[in-house]
Design a protein around this ligand. Structure first.
Ligand code: PEP
Length: 249
């Protein structure tokens, strides 16, 4: 069975002590789920202390970024080997904030997902169109371009997760409707099926991200091709994140 994935991206929020406090609260009364995985992606400085708390629990650990070399003279960067050593199992790659604020290119993102998968960490590749691109009817063109370039010569599909995150819905309170999200998820699956094969397309988890909250999670998760969510703002509050984890379909 393909488990759904409920992932929290904390962005640049929470000190190490605030992160530990959050995780302890989250773990209180957290149910055991057979059909879903729970992932949190704290800032780098919180990864190690959080890894100590979630050891032997069902909560998984992810990073928000990574460099595409294992070591070297790359001041300020963090390598996938370092992440793996402290129990990081997932890494968000190509988040729209990395692309648009820090100028990450598709070429860099492609290098990152290949290196991360090679080291044995699961990359969560984020793709999505900007508002002006959607309004100009270019959504599928943008998605197609990002998939072609970000996945060039990528092979480890059993480790890959794709997150469709329309840029106009991130941190804006504007959510794509379940139908808008489903339409793009279907497009991504068809792309994978045509370019690779049906098995790759069917087994790969495609998450939706963009103002997911307790009020819209159930409707989103009812869609056939939405295999989970990547949650920013609403993953910072234990109560809201728990309600999202407990989605009902
Ligand atoms: C995100 O950070 O990936 C995100 C989707 O943020 P938000 O849920 O706040 O829109």
């Amino acid at each position: 069975m393909k488990k759904s994935l409920i992932a929290g991206n904390w962005k640049m929020y929470k000190t190490p002590s605030q992160s530990v406090e959050f995780v302890k609260l989250l773990l209180e009364n957290l149910k055991e789920y057979e059909d879903r995985e729970i992932l949190i992606c704290p800032p780098f400085t919180s990864l190690f202390p959080v890894s100590q708390i979630i050891k032997n629990t069902s909560v998984l650990l992810g990073a928000q970024n990574v460099y595409f070399e294992e070591e070297g003279a790359f001041t300020g960067e963090i390598s996938p080997v370092m992440l793996k050593d402290i129990g990081v199992e997932f890494v968000i790659c190509g988040h729209s904030e990395r692309r648009n604020i820090f100028g990450e290119t598709d070429e860099m993102i492609n290098k990152k997902i290949k290196k991360v998968a090679e080291i044995g960490i699961k990359p969560i590749l984020c793709i999505g169109e900007k508002l002006e691109e959607r309004e100009a009817g270019k959504t599928f063109e943008v998605i197609n371009y990002q998939l072609e370039n970000d996945l060039e010569n990528f092979e480890k599909f059993e480790n890959l997760i794709i997150a469709y995150e329309p840029v106009w819905a991130i941190g804006t309170g504007k959510t794509a409707t379940p139908q808008q999200a489903e339409e793009v998820h279907v497009y991504i699956r068809e792309f994978l099926s045509k370019k690779y094969n049906k098995e790759v397309a069917e087994n790969l988890r495609i998450l939706y991200g963009g103002s997911v909250k307790p009020e819209n999670i159930d409707a989103l998760m009812k869609e056939k091709n939405i295999d989970g969510v990547l949650v920013g703002g609403a993953s910072l509050k234990v109560e809201a994140f728990k309600r999202i984890i407990d989605y009902i379909t």
